[in-house]
Ligand binder design. Structure first.
Ligand SMILES: Cc1cc2nc3c(=O)[nH]c(=O)nc-3n(C[C@H](O)[C@H](O)[C@H](O)COP(=O)(O)OP(=O)(O)OC[C@H]3O[C@@H](n4cnc5c(N)ncnc54)[C@H](O)[C@@H]3O)c2cc1C
Ligand code: HEM
Length: 863
C-alpha cells in the first residue's frame, strides 16, 4: 500500500515530464544489426550533453517489453545499453556506465545496473545503495543474460535480457515500477574512469560517475513487441568471469586520508567493533552533532548541566582530528571540510560522509549539514518567524537569540582574508541587469527584511578563510567544559522509554564507537534528539513514537523483538509536514562569465591559488564552490492571496546535460515562505528513511508563484546585452517549461529538508499537526525533546542553517527554564493518551498502563 502511493505520486509528476526531458534526450527507433531486435523506443543523450564526448553520445538506452506489458505489469525487458568509451585514463577498462530502474530514476533505494567493457567482453553488475554512497552488490533476484555485445574504439554496446528488474528487494527494502503506467522515469550515469577487478563483477570497485548523470522521462508507448519471446530466447550468454587475482581496495581517502587522489575506492568494511559505554549518567544526552546538536549541547553545558553529545559519524574538520583530504592539504591541519573551495566535493565523493540510511543527501559526520554544506548563512527575514511559527516564537521573541548567534557567527560576504572578492564576472553580468531593472542591491544580513526585488553578495558562515560555523565556535566552548562529553562514531538506536518518561538511550554498534545503554540523571535528566529531519524522525519511530502505520513497519523490522508493545506507542504525526525548497533551475550564458574549475582544484588547484590559500587564506579557494552569487529575492502574491517568498541562488556553472558552454550560469529558484505543498517521510522495514511523498508542487498556486517568479527574472535580465537563455529554452513558454519538468527530489531538491516533527500548540495526539510543543518537548513525554530542522512548521526564505541555530538558542532557554515534573507517588496518574503531567513515579513505584487514557503508579510487583 505504501509503495503504491509512492509510485502514484511519482508517476503523477512524471507524466508532465515527457517533453521537457526530450530537450536533453533524443528519442529514436533503432534496429540492432547483430540481433535484429527492433527497439522502437530508445533514449540517447542529446546535443550539448556531456560535451567532452561530443562526437559520441555518452549514453544510449533502449527497451523492448513483452507484448502484454501494458495489460499486466511485466518484470522483465530486453535492453540496449550503449555508452561512450573514454580513453583519457590509464585504466584498461575504459569507463563504466549504468542506469537506474527506480521510480524517479533515482540512484538511492532502487535497482541499479552498471556495465563496462574489458578485453572484448561487456561485464555487468546489479547494484543497490540506500544512501549516496558507493553502491554495493544487489542481493535480490535480478538476472541479466546477454544477447549480444560489441566494443569499438569509441563505444561499447550490450543487448541483454533483464529478468526480475522492475521490482527489487534488498534485504527487505523493496520497490518497483509499473509497465502498465506506460511511462518510466529512468536514471543514467557514466564514468570516464574504469572499474577495478573488471572480470569479477561482485568484486569491482569504482568511482563517481564523472561523465554525466541525470534522469529522463521514458514514454513506453512503442516499447512492447510481439516478437519479444523470440528475441528473449536469444539471451543465452554471460561474460566469462575470473576472480582469481583480485586487487584489494585500498582504504578510502575518506577513511584515512592516505589515498588523496583516488576517489574510486570504497571504505573497507571491517566488522563493527564497539566499546561498552562508560557507566555514567548525564543531565542531558543530545543525539546528533549538527547545526542544532552542537549549539544546544554548548548552551546546556554552559548552564552547568552535564551533557553527552553523541554523533554517529566520524570527525570532519581538522580542528576535531578529521583526516579526509586531498594530497595538497597533507601536512596541514585542514581537511576537505575546512576549505570553502572544496565544499562541492560532497557531490563527487560522498562515500563515507553521506548518511547511508536515507535516500537523500545528508552529512553523517561531526558537524552534520554544517560540515558538508556550502556555508550560506542568513540572518532571517522576520516574516519567516512571524508567518510560520506560533505565539512565543515570533521574530520579536527571537531577537535575543538572533543576536547571540550572530555575535558568535557573524558571517561574511567577502570570505578571503584580504577582503577581496574573486572571479566576480558572473556577479557583475547579472548585477548590471538587475540594477537597470530596478532591483535594489543590499548587504543581505544588514537588511534581512528586504527580500523583495533585492539582490546582494552571498553571505557565508566562514571565518578566518575556513568553514567556521558551529564546529569552530559552539563546539570549542563546549569542549572546554569538564561537564561536556563528545562521542563520535557512535550511533543512537532509540530512547529508552517507560510510558512518557525516558531513562536514557540505547546505542547501536555501527562502526568503532560505543555500545550499550547510557542513562540520564534519574527523574530530572533529559534526552534531546538533534539528528536532523530524517534522523530525528527515525529515532522517534524506533522509540515507539509516530503514526501507527510506521510503528507497524518498525515492529516488522529487525527492531521488532525489542520494540515497545503497542499499548506504549505514542500516536504522533512524525514524518508528515515534510518540506524542502523546491528548486527550479534556469541557465543563461554570457560571454563575460568565466568558469573556475573547483572540481579540478580538488586534485590540482592552480599553484597561485593554492599558495594564496595555504599561506594567507586568501584567493578564490576561500570562497565557496562553485562561485556562488549573486543572491536575489522576490515576493509573489499568488491568486490564493498568499505571498510566496522566492530566493534565487546564482552560481557560475552550467549543466552539461543542456549546454556545453563554459560561460554559463545556473540560477536556482527556491520556493520558500508561503509554500503550501507538503510531503511525507516514511521508514522501510530495513530501517532506511525515504521521501515517500515529495513536497513539491502539489498546490496550483505554488506553481503559479514559480512561473511568475521566472517571468520576473527573465524580465529583469533580458536587458543585458548578449545574454542567452538556455533554460527555459528559447521558444518555450515559462508555463510549458515548468509543466514539463520532472518533479522529483533527485532533480528538484534543495537539500533543505525540514518539518517532520512539527512544533506547535496543536497536540498531534488529539488530531493536531504538532509532534513537539512550544518548548520542543515531544507530546506525550515529559523529558524527550527534538531540536533541529525537523521542528520547523513552515519553509523559511532561504538556506536554513542560521535559523536552525537561532531556534536552538531559543529552545535551549525554554528547556532550561522548564522545571522537571516531580515524580508522583503511589496511585497517582502517570500517563494516558492526552496526559500532560509527570510520567515519572517515585521510587519504588512503576508507571503501569491501565487503558489508553490512564496509567497509574503502582508497586513493581503489581505490574
Ligand atoms: C549538501 C548540502 C548543502 C547545504 N547547503 C546549505 C547552505 O549552504 N546553507 C544552509 O544554511 N544550509 C545548507 N544545507 C542545509 C543545512 O546544512 C541543514 O538544514 C542543517 O545542517 C540541518 O541541521 P540539523 O541540526 O537539523 O541536522 P544535521 O546538521 O544534519 O545534523 C544531524 C546530525 O545527527 C547525526 N545523527 C543522525 N542520526 C543519528 C543517530 N541515530 N545517532 C547519532 N547521531 C546521529 C548526523 O550524523 C548529523 O551529524 C545544506 C545541506 C546539504 C546536505
Ligand atoms: C562511487 C559510486 C557512486 C557515488 C559516490 C555516487 C554519488 C552520487 C551523488 C552524490 C549523486 C547526486 C548528485 C546530485 O544531485 O547532484 C548521484 C546521482 C545519481 N547517481 Fe550516483 N553515485 C555512484 C554510483 C552510481 C551508480 C553505479 C549508478 C547507476 C548504475 C548511479 C546512478 C546515479 C543516478 C541515476 C543519479 C541521478 C539521480 C539521483 O540523484 O538520485 N550512481 N550519485
Amino acid at each position: 500500500m505504501s509503495l503504491l502511493k509512492r509510485i502514484g505520486a511519482t508517476i503523477a509528476a512524471a507524466s508532465l515530464c515527457v517533453q521537457g526531458c526530450a530537450a536533453q534526450m533524443v528519442t529514436q527507433p533503432y534496429v540492432d544489426p547483430v540481433s535484429g531486435i527492433v527497439f522502437n523506443s530508445t533514449w540517447v543523450t542529446g546535443p550539448g550533453s556531456d560535451p567532452e564526448s561530443a562526437s559520441v553520445a555518452t549514453y544510449g538506452f533502449g527497451m523492448v517489453l513483452p507484448p502484454d506489458a501494458f495489460i499486466k505489469d511485466a518484470n522483465e525487458y530486453i535492453g540496449l545499453l550503449r555508452c561512450a568509451i573514454t580513453n583519457d585514463t590509464a585504466d584498461a577498462s575504459q569507463g563504466w556506465c549504468g542506469l537506474s530502474h527506480g521510480v524517479s530514476g533515482q540512484m538511492t533505494q532502487s535497482l541499479l545496473l552498471m556495465a563496462w567493457p574489458y578485453n572484448g567482453s561487456v561485464y555487468t553488475s546489479f547494484r543497490y545503495t540506500s544512501g549516496y554512497n558507493l553502491p554495493g552488490v544487489y542481493t535480490g533476484n535480478a538476472t541479466l543474460t546477454q544477447i549480444s555485445s560489441t566494443i569499438n574504439a569509441t563505444q561499447f554496446e550490450l543487448v541483454y535480457r533483464c529478468q526480475g528488474c522492475f521490482s527489487w528487494n534488498q534485504g527487505g527494502s523493496a520497490g518497483s515500477v509499473s509497465t502498465t503506467s506506460k511511462l518510466f522515469i529512468m536514471g543514467r550515469a557514466a564514468a570516464k574512469k574504469g572499474v577495478h577487478n573488471p572480470t569479477c563483477p561482485d568484486k569491482v570497485f569504482f568511482g563517481f560517475h564523472d561523465n554525466g548523470y541525470g534522469q529522463y522521462g521514458a514514454p513506453l508507448d512503442n516499447a512492447t513487441h510481439t516478437s519479444y519471446p523470440y528475441w528473449a530466447a536469444k539471451a543465452t550468454k554471460t561474460a566469462a568471469t575470473n576472480c582469481a587475482t583480485l586487487e584489494t581496495p585500498p582504504p578510502t581517502t575518506t577513511a584515512t586520508g592516505t589515498q588523496p587522489t583516488d576517489t574510486s575506492v570504497p571504505t573497507t568494511t571491517a566488522a563493527a567493533q564497539c566499546t561498552p559505554a562508560p557507566a555514567k549518567s548525564y543531565d542531558y544526552i543530545v543525539v546528533g552533532a549538527g547545526a542544532a546538536g552542537i549549539p544546544i549541547a554548548d548552551k546546556l553545558s554552559q548552564a552547568g548541566k552535564s551533557v553527552l553529545l553523541i554523533e554517529k559519524g566520524p570527525p570532519s574538520s581538522g580542528r576535531w582530528n578529521g583526516t579526509m583530504k586531498p594530497a595538497w592539504l597533507q601536512g596541514t591541519n585542514l581537511t576537505r571540510f575546512d576549505v570553502p573551495g572544496l565544499c562541492n566535493e560532497i557531490w563527487v565523493d560522498s562515500t563515507g560522509i553521506a548518511c547511508t540510511d536515507t535516500d537523500q543527501m545528508a552529512g553523517c559526520v561531526l558537524g552534520g549539514g554544517t560540515a558538508v554544506n556550502a556555508g550560506l548563512w542568513w540572518k532571517p527575514n522576520p516574516k519567516d518567524w512571524d508567518y510560520n511559527f506560533p505565539y512565543g516564537w515570533k521574530s520579536s521573541d527571537l531577537a535575543g537569540a538572533t543576536k547571540r548567534v550572530f555575535d558568535r557567527i557573524p558571517g561574511t560576504w567577502h570570505p578571503s582574508m584580504d577582503g577581496q572578492l574573486y572571479r566576480q564576472e558572473g556577479f557583475n553580468v547579472l548585477q548590471s541587469g538587475l540594477n537597470q531593472s530596478g532591483w535594489k542591491q543590499v548587504i543581505p544580513n544588514d537588511s534581512p527584511n528586504q527580500k523583495n526585488r533585492t539582490f546582494g553578495h552571498t553571505t557565508f558562515m566562514y571565518s578566518g578563510g575556513e568553514r567556521g560555523g558551529p564546529m569552530a565556535t559552539y563546539l570549542v566552548t563546549a569542549y572546554a567544559r569538564k561537564q561536556f562529553t563528545l562521542m563520535t562514531n557512535t550511533a543512537v538506536r532509540r530512547a529508552i522509554r517507560v510510558g512518557g518518561h525516558v531513562t536514557g538511550v540505547e546505542l547501536e554498534c555501527l562502526s568503532s564507537g560505543y555500545s550499550g545503554v547510557v542513562n540520564v540523571t534519574a527523574n530530572t535528566g533529559r534526552v534531546i534528539f538533534a539528528a536532523g529531519t530524517f534522523g530525528s524522525a527515525k529515532l522517534l519511530l524506533r522509540s515507539g513514537i509516530g503514526p501507527a502505520d510506521q510503528l507497524q513497519v518498525i515492529q516488522s523490522s529487525a527492531d521488532g523483538s525489542t520494540f515497545l508493545p503497542q499499548n506504549q506507542w505514542i500516536d504522533l504525526p512524525v514524518g508528515y509536514n515534510l518540506m524542502d525548497h523546491l528548486n527550479t533551475d534556469l541557465i543563461i550564458t554570457h560571454p563575460d562569465v568565466v568558469f573556475y574549475d573547483f572540481y579540478a582544484a580538488w586534485n590540482t588547484p592552480p599553484e597561485g591559488d593554492k599558495d594564496a590559500y595555504l599561506k594567507n587564506r586568501t584567493g578564490i579557494l576561500a570562497q565557496a564552490a562553485p562561485n556562488i552569487g549573486p543572491m536575489m529575492w522576490d515576493e509573489i502574491k499568488a491568486s490564493d492571496g498568499i505571498v510566496r517568498q522566492l530566493q534565487w541562488t546564482s552560481r557560475v556553472e552550467g549543466n552539461d546535460q543542456v549546454t556545453p558552454s563554459k560561460n554559463a550560469m545556473t540560477l536556482s529558484q527556491y520556493l520558500g515562505r508561503g509554500v503550501v505543498s507538503r510531503g511525507r517521510m516514511t521508514i522501510t522495514n530495513t530501517l532506511e528513511t525515504q521521501v515517500f511523498l515529495h513536497p513539491y508542487l502539489h498546490d496550483d498556486f505554488d506553481k503559479e508563484a514559480v512561473i511568475q517568479g521566472i517571468k520576473n527574472m527573465q524580465a529583469a535580465l533580458n536587458v543585458i546585452p548578449n545574454l542567452t537563455w538556455v533554460l527555459p529554452p528559447p521558444g518555450t513558454t515559462v508555463e510549458n517549461f515548468v509543466n514539463n519538468m520532472i518533479v522529483s527530489p533527485s532533480n528538484r531538491r534543495a537539500n533543505h529538508w525540514m518539518g517532520t516533527a512539527k512544533l506547535g500548540y496543536d497536540d498531534g495526539r488529539s488530531g493536531g499537526s504538532a509532534v513537539v510543543d512550544v518548548n520542543t518537548k515531544v507530546y506525550g513525554t515529559d523529558n524527550l525533546f527534538v531540536v533541529d530542522a525537523s521542528i520547523f512548521p513552515g519553509m523559511p526564505t532561504g538556506n536554513p542553517s542560521g535559523m536552525i541555530v537561532i531556534a536552538t538558542e531559543q529552545a535551549s532557554q525554554r528547556i532550561l527554564n522548564l522545571s522537571a515534573p516531580a515524580a508522583v507517588g503511589y496511585g497517582k496518574q502517570c500517563g494516558g493518551k492526552t496526559w500532560g503531567g509527570s510520567y515519572a513515579c517515585e521510587d519504588p513505584y512503576v508507571c503501569t498502563y491501565v487503558n489508553i487514557s490512564y496509567s497509574v503508579c503502582l508497586s513493581p510487583d503489581a505490574t
